[in-house]
Design a protein around this ligand. Structure first.
Ligand code: ZN
Length: 322
């Protein structure tokens, strides 16, 4: 693509001026056209190399580890080489009247937030952002937030706690035959048994987020959220985990990796990620990076790492150097 520029420069300097002799006009126009094409190719190439712009939102969470997990997720996204990451943090308690990120500056928003409602204008701008094609990634207790915010609950598909019950929508899970169950029974949304390592079962391997993952892989110790419920519209369950009654769980195969369509927007939701130890799992890290790429509308090109967990073995990354 440098060739047309070089040729034009040479041509102009040979002439010594922009005065075009008879018969040179066509040649000059051709060269200008080539130059324009060259610039066009250059622009596309640099666009393709541009990183995904991600924004992590945090500031309030019943999980006191949140400042650490935000930095861990920021690190995982940046270390993938695919993202630049900003963080927007609310005031530590109550509705923060000044919390008003410019959502449209970002390709994807990662929520590590479980706290007081955002100001109404911020909720409205966020709805428009996702409706119009923005990406959202929901991590663990972020699906506890905003039990009364109708549009947020449509975005996340399923949630827990926060006053959720049968009015929030059905429980959504797979039965022992692998069939999807939408259970309208009365009852609270959100529960978990004892923390333990558990097996993730890929149910839909034909999705960019799960493609190439082992069908079964061991996730590091975590809370296994069960009895989540919500509008459950446009939800595609990519992977589940069995919430064993032996651990105090529901006895159901609970969604662990989900994607949800909301307007033109894409949402990736994982209820995994309770503790910093849970988020060191290479399966969690891979799901986060791929899920954020997908939600951003980008090509999911993050390869399954060599140290991905196996069916029998948890695999974790060492603590990040601060
Ligand atoms: Zn938790």
């Amino acid at each position: 693509m440098n060739l047309p520029i070089a040729r034009l420069t040479a041509n102009l300097s040979r002439r010594g001026s922009l005065v075009v002799p008879t018969g040179g006009l066509t040649q000059l126009l051709t060269l200008l056209l080539l130059l324009a094409l060259g610039l066009g190719v250059g622009a596309r190439a640099s666009w393709a190399e541009e990183k995904i712009k991600a924004l992590i939102v945090d500031g309030q969470n019943n999980h006191g580890i949140w400042p650490t997990t935000t930095q861990m997720m920021k690190g995982y996204l940046e270390e993938s080489g695919r993202f630049t990451v900003d963080v927007a943090t609310t005031a530590p308690q109550g509705t923060d009247p000044d919390f008003n990120p410019t959502w449209s500056d970002y390709d994807v928003v990662v929520s590590n937030y479980n706290g007081a409602p955002w100001p109404e204008a911020t909720r409205e701008s966020f709805e428009q952002y996702v409706e119009n094609g923005g990406g959202l990634v929901v991590i663990h207790a972020a699906d506890n937030a905003f039990g009364d915010w109708t549009e947020y609950n449509k975005m996340i598909g399923l949630g827990g706690w926060g006053g959720r019950n049968e009015r929030s929508g059905p429980y959504l899970y797979l039965d022992d035959q692998g069939d999807l169950v939408r259970d309208e029974a009365a009852g609270p949304g959100g529960h978990h048994g004892a923390q333990h390592p558990f097996t993730i079962i890929v149910r839909d391997a034909d999705h960019p987020i799960t493609r190439g993952m082992p069908i079964a892989w061991m996730h590091e110790r975590d809370e296994l959220y069960d009895f989540l419920r919500g509008p459950a519209e446009n939800v595609r369950i990519l992977a589940t985990a069995y919430a064993s009654p032996d651990q105090g769980g529901s006895g159901r195969h609970e969604p662990m990796l989900m994607v949800i369509d909301y307007g033109k927007g894409r949402v990736f939701h994982t209820p995994m990620g309770h503790g910093d130890y849970s988020q060191r799992c290479v399966g969690f890290i891979t799901s986060l990076v791929r899920g954020a790429q997908w939600a951003a509308g980008a090509e999911v090109d993050f390869a399954i790492p060599d140290d991905f967990p196996t069916e029998d073995e948890v695999r974790v990354r060492e603590e990040q150097k601060q």
